[in-house]
Write a protein that binds this ligand. Structure first.
Ligand code: PMP
Length: 421
C-alpha cells in the first residue's frame, strides 16, 4: 500500500530527498502525457518528471527499442565496438548546427556539465568559468558550485573558479529585456575577478529550476563575443530546453541566434532513461585525447537504443511543432488568467517551457510562495500535476511531455482558473 511505501521511504531513503505534497502521491503508471496513481486515478502530467519525459511516458517506440536492446545486449563499455553508441552519436550530432559533431555520453546533466567545464579549461588553458546567478547546472561537487540558487547549496567546498554574473531576467532584472545591458556585467566580472582570460561561460538558454526565466533579448550574442575575446568557450546547457521543447527551435540557444562551442544535454534526451551527453567540436574534443577518460555506463547500448528512439519520435510525432502549437495556446490562456487573477505577476516562456510567477503585489513583485503551494495542492485534487520553482518557490512551471494536446491545454487552463479562484 501507499502507506507501506511511504514508511519504507522515510526509513530507508535519504532525508535529502523531497517529495511534493504533505500527503505524498504515489505514481505507479504513466502513459504519454498522463500519470496514474496507486488507486488508478489519472492526472495530466504538466511537469514531465522535472522536464524529463519528452516524447511521452512509456512511449511505444522507446519501450520497443529498450526491450529489443535489453534482450540482445544490456552492457559493454566503450572498450568494445557496439553499433548503438556509434549510430546514436551520428544521429544526435546530425541534429546540431555548425561544427558540433563529437559526442561524449554520460549519465546525468551534472556529469555532462562537469565534463563540459573540464573541456573548457583544458582547451582554453584558463581556469575561471562564468555562470549566471539563479542558474541550476547540477548537484555534483563541481556543478553545485556553479548552481547559484541558495535552496540547493550545502556548506561544503564546491566548484572552484566559478564567477557569477547578473541574471538577465526580463521580469525582475534591473534592465528589463535589454540583454546587452546585463552583458556589461560580464565584462566587469572578467576585468575585476579573473586574470583576464576565462575558460568559459555556461548558461541555460531558458533557466529552468530558477523559474522558467528566459534570457533577455540579445544577451547570449553579446556575452558569447566577450567570452571568446577573453579566450573562453561558450557552453549551452540544453538539459531542459533541447529536443524541440521551446517549439520554435530544436535547441534553446537557436532562439538567441548563437552557436555554442559545447552543448550539454540530459533529461529529455532519454525520455527518462539515464542518458546524457556533451557535444562539441572536433578541436575541443581533441583536448581530451591527451589522457584516458572513461565512463562505465556512459553510452550503454540500452540507453543509446532508447535515445535513438527518442530522436525518431521527436521527428515522427511532430513534437517540436506540437510544442509550438500547444505552447502558444497555453501562453495565451495563461495571459487570460493573468488578466483575471491579480496574483499572477508574470507569464512567460516559449513552447512547452512556460512559467507563471505568483506575486502578492504586482508593483513590488513580492513572491506569493504559500499561495503557490496551495494552488498546486488544489490542482492535484483537480487532476493536474504541475511543477514549481524559482528562488522563492513562487513560479509554476508548465513543462509537460511534448505530446500534450490542445484539449489537455484547455483542461489545464480550466483547472488552473478554478484553483486560483
Ligand atoms: N542542468 C539543468 C538545466 C538542469 O535542470 C538539471 C537538473 N535539474 C541539471 C543540469 C542536472 O541534471 P541531473 O539531475 O541529471 O544531474
Amino acid at each position: 500500500s501507499k502507506e507501506e511505501v511511504y514508511a519504507l521511504r522515510k526509513q530507508y531513503l535519504s532525508p535529502a530527498l523531497f517529495h511534493h505534497f504533505k500527503d505524498p502521491i504515489m505514481i505507479t503508471e504513466g502513459k504519454m502525457q498522463y500519470l496514474y496513481d496507486d488507486k488508478g486515478r489519472r492526472y495530466l502530467d504538466a511537469f514531465a518528471g522535472i522536464v524529463t519525459v519528452s516524447v511521452g511516458h512509456c512511449h511505444p517506440g522507446v519501450v520497443d527499442a529498450v526491450k529489443r536492446q535489453s534482450e540482445l545486449l544490456q552492457h559493454t563499455t566503450t572498450i568494445y565496438l557496439n553499433p548503438q553508441i556509434a549510430l546514436y552519436a551520428k544521429e544526435l550530432t546530425d541534429r546540431l548546427p555548425g561544427n558540433l559533431k563529437v559526442a561524449y555520453f554520460v549519465n546525468s546533466g551534472s556529469e555532462a556539465n562537469d565534463m563540459a567545464m573540464m573541456m573548457a579549461r583544458l582547451y582554453s588553458g584558463n581556469y575561471d568559468i562564468l555562470a549566471l546567478r539563479n542558474c541550476y547546472h547540477g548537484m555534483s561537487e563541481g556543478t553545485m558550485g556553479v548552481t547559484a540558487h541558495s535552496t540547493w547549496k550545502f556548506n561544503v567546498p564546491q566548484g572552484f573558479g566559478i564567477r557569477h554574473t547578473l541574471n538577465p531576467n526580463p521580469y525582475t532584472g534591473a534592465f528589463g529585456n535589454d540583454g546587452k545591458r546585463y552583458a556589461e556585467d560580464v565584462k566587469d566580472v572578467i576585468s575585476t575577478s579573473t586574470p583576464g582570460g576565462v575558460a568559459g561561460f555556461i548558461a541555460e538558454t531558458i533557466q529552468g529550476v530558477g523559474g522558467s526565466v528566459p534570457l533577455a533579448d540579445g544577451y547570449l550574442p553579446a556575452v558569447y563575443d566577450m567570452v571568446r575575446e577573453a579566450g573562453g568557450v561558450c557552453i549551452a546547457d540544453e538539459v531542459q530546453t533541447g529536443f524541440g521543447r521551446t517549439g520554435t527551435n530544436y535547441w534553446g540557444f537557436q532562439n538567441q541566434g548563437v552557436v555554442p562551442d559545447i552543448v550539454t544535454m540530459a533529461k529529455g534526451i532519454g525520455n527518462g532513461l539515464p542518458l546524457a551527453a556533451v557535444v562539441t567540436t572536433p578541436e575541443i574534443a581533441q583536448t581530451l585525447a591527451q589522457r584516458l577518460h572513461f565512463n562505465t555506463y556512459g553510452g550503454n547500448p540500452v540507453c543509446c537504443a532508447g535515445g535513438r528512439a527518442v530522436l525518431q519520435a521527436v521527428d515522427e510525432d511532430g513534437i517540436q511543432a506540437n510544442a509550438a502549437k500547444v505552447g502558444d495556446l497555453l501562453l495565451e490562456r495563461m495571459r487570460g488568467l493573468q488578466e483575471k487573477h491579480s496574483i499572477i505577476g508574470d507569464v512567460r516562456g516559449q513552447g512547452l517551457m512556460l512559467g507563471v510567477e505568483m506575486v502578492k503585489d504586482r508593483a513590488s513583485k513580492e513572491p506569493a510562495a504559500a499561495e503557490t503551494g496551495q494552488v498546486m495542492q488544489r490542482l492535484r485534487e483537480l487532476g493536474v500535476l504541475i511543477g514549481k520553482g524559482g528562488l522563492h518557490g513562487n513560479v509554476f512551471r508548465i513543462k509537460p511531455p511534448m505530446c500534450i494536446t490542445t484539449d489537455d491545454a484547455e483542461f489545464l487552463t480550466e483547472a488552473f482558473d478554478l484553483a486560483l479562484s
